[in-house]
Design a protein around this ligand. Structure first.
Ligand SMILES: [Zn+2]
Ligand SMILES: [Zn+2]
Length: 339
């Protein structure tokens, strides 16, 4: 946690949330927030509240990985979905600009390859729901205005950079510009690793951890989760079966204080379900480095029935104790993002 402690409290300028953290904590806890239907500094949001199947429970969950317009899902559906999963606070990750370059696979990967909304959409939704949503800043890594576009939204209050999901090498010079920008604003960068498609060069990632010690890196997606296994063959994106301890992901989490992992998506859930014994060990071992995220595209919000809900259930099932569970589902994110 050393790197995270170095980075907080944030000292750089950003637009304060409509409800300050101090005021927020004084007025309510997450639990009270949930019980009150989200009434922090203001109860005015209740008009937006759709009928969720279940309100957030007494143990709040922070979801650090969600998108607007995910495969065309409406804002109301997304809001209901998060509430149905029991999520008290969500981080919205924007897409970059729609461009036709090799880094977007000539446009095929625009909208993070899932039609997701961009910076302004995520910021506007967060401003409208300040007690439940915050946002990141993002841009296509090698867009000529990437740094400027990210900085614009960091100044507006973005809590990180990402989801970086573009066809570049993870140590490209353009990537490094954003890693440096993240350090300047004391925010993390969240990266989708899918070798050969997005942020390739996973084996070279340690050089970035070392070169940017003040930047927290949050690893996510297939290549991250396949590499919990020391025997990973770099073929399947969703490998199954027993896991041999000591894969690259474990090494990175263990060796670098500025390396974290986001448990989201089918790849994260797959990694939790493939080898029960390994999962129990892994969650305990990296209890301060793993952060819950859903990246769940489910439309209607089926609570425990959707992938995001399945990941929550798996963490609860395999965490060694309540302390480990709460760190992964809430406390690690609360610390990292000052929520
Ligand atoms: Zn992703
Ligand atoms: Zn995503």
């Amino acid at each position: 946690m050393a790197a995270a402690e170095l980075q907080y409290p944030r000292t750089l300028m950003h637009k304060p949330l409509p409800c300050s953290r101090r005021e927020f904590l004084a007025t309510t806890s997450f639990a009270a927030l949930a019980a009150a239907g989200g009434a922090g500094c203001s109860a005015s949001r209740s008009a937006h509240r759709p009928s969720a199947t279940a309100a957030p429970g007494p143990e709040p969950i922070i979801d650090i990985h969600q998108h607007t317009n995910y495969h065309g899902r409406t804002d109301d559906q997304m809001l209901a979905h998060q509430r149905a999963m029991g999520v008290a606070m969500t981080i919205l990750l924007p897409a970059g600009s729609a461009v036709e370059t090799p880094s977007t696979h000539m446009g095929k990967s625009n909208g993070l390859a899932a039609k997701t909304g961009g910076n302004q959409w995520c910021a506007d939704f967060s401003y409208a729901h300040p007690n439940e949503f915050v946002f990141f800043a993002n841009e296509v890594t090698d867009h000529e205005l990437a740094r400027k576009h990210c900085e614009t939204f960091l100044i507006k209050g973005a809590r990180g950079i990402g989801e970086q999901k573009f066809g570049v090498e993870c140590d490209s010079k353009e990537s490094q510009v954003l890693y440096e920008l993240a350090a300047k604003y004391a925010v993390p960068v969240l990266l989708h690793f899918q070798e050969g498609t997005y942020n390739s060069g996973f084996k070279r990632l340690p050089k970035m951890f070392e070169k940017f010690p003040k930047t927290n890196f949050i690893m996510h997606a297939q290549t991250t989760w396949a590499n919990i296994d020391a025997n990973y063959d770099w073929k399947s994106l969703y490998p199954t079966g027993p896991v041999k301890r000591g894969g690259l992901t474990t090494k990175y989490l263990e060796d670098y204080p500025n390396c974290y992992a986001d448990m989201s998506a089918g790849s994260g859930l797959n990694s939790l379900l493939r080898d029960e014994e390994h999962t129990r060990w892994f969650l305990e071992k990296h209890q301060d480095k793993i952060i819950y995220g859903s990246d769940c595209a489910d439309t209607i919000g089926r609570g425990p029935g959707c992938q995001g809900g399945g990941t929550i259930a798996a963490i609860r099932k395999y965490a060694a104790n309540k302390t480990v569970e709460r760190k992964i589902l809430c406390e690690n994110a609360r610390k990292m993002f000052d929520l």
